[in-house]
Design a protein around this ligand. Structure first.
Ligand SMILES: [Fe+2]
Length: 276
């Protein structure tokens, strides 16, 4: 299963100055960057596109809906989860936008998920309960799942890498308050799960038992990238190939990253190891 992951596009009406978290860069044409990212996914021939939240910068209805509508027009299956910025005006903004757009190829990720090429794509949107938490119906219900590998879609990381980030002098932001409860069933399951997350705008890989987490960098600031994730189930192992493609050459702004733009992971005999 090959997915094109677009996260933290922070869309706003043309000319809205958005950014900057890890750099001095401010984006003012987020819609064009988003269109270009979707086009790149189509060219890559992915099985589906994932929007990992912070589709919009301020959570306004126009921006969230424009993101969902443009993604629908790509003509590929699209899975969406909400990010904290999408919820600034209304917690249900993404759910409502998906309903309003009404495209058959666009749906919110669910904890039950959907099977694509032998891999289950499932995930969680967030809700507000004093702090950001997974929706009550968004915790992984592994009893629904079989022995297949799962890709878990979430705006917030489940494995914290706050220390790494802060040691590098970079922003980490808040955590999902019930992140441990979401992670637990994934760690206890013997089969592998690949968690893909946004929010921190940094490219970082982490492992916790059978869970491999790929934190993705953002579209709105350097390295302005899309992540292509290829998960291939085999007889005895599961192979994961990740490739990050920068849509704009970062000539003047250096982006902090903690993982190379191209890497492989293999899950075999209960463990993740980096591939050749
Ligand atoms: Fe973001």
């Amino acid at each position: 299963m090959k997915l094109g992951i677009v996260t933290d596009s922070h869309l706003g009406p043309g000319g809205t100055r958005v950014g900057a978290w890890h750099s001095e860069y401010y984006m003012s044409d987020t819609i064009t960057a988003f269109r270009y990212a979707l086009q790149r996914c189509v060219e890559e021939g992915v099985d589906g596109v994932v929007l990992l939240g912070d589709i919009s910068n301020s959570g306004d209805g126009w921006s969230v809906e424009t993101g969902v509508r443009l993604a629908a027009r790509a003509g590929l299956p699209v899975w969406v989860v909400s990010g904290n910025h999408d919820c600034f005006e209304r917690v249900e903004a993404v759910r409502e936008a998906v309903r309003r757009v009404g495209a058959r190829n666009v749906r919110l990720a669910t904890s039950e998920g959907a099977m694509v090429e032998g891999v289950r794509a499932a995930g969680v949107s967030i809700a507000m309960d004093d702090a950001w938490v997974s929706r009550a119906d968004g915790r992984p219900d592994v009893s629904w799942w079989g022995d297949e590998p799962v890709v878990w879609l979430t705006h917030y990381p489940l494995i914290s890498f706050e220390e790494t980030t802060r040691e590098a002098g970079l922003l980490y932001g808040d955590e999902l308050a019930d992140r441990g409860e979401v992670l637990q069933p994934l760690v206890e399951r013997p089969q592998p799960t690949v968690v893909v997350s946004g929010h921190v705008h940094l490219r970082v890989d982490s492992v916790a038992g059978p869970v491999l987490q790929l934190a993705c960098a953002s579209l709105v600031e350097p390295p302005f990238e899309v992540t292509f994730l290829d998960v291939e189930p085999g007889e005895r192992q599961v192979s994961v190939r990740v490739e990050n493609v920068a849509l704009v050459p970062s000539l003047t702004v250096r982006a902090p990253t903690f993982a190379p733009p191209k890497r492989e992971w293999v899950f075999e005999a209960g463990e993740w190891r980096t591939g050749s």
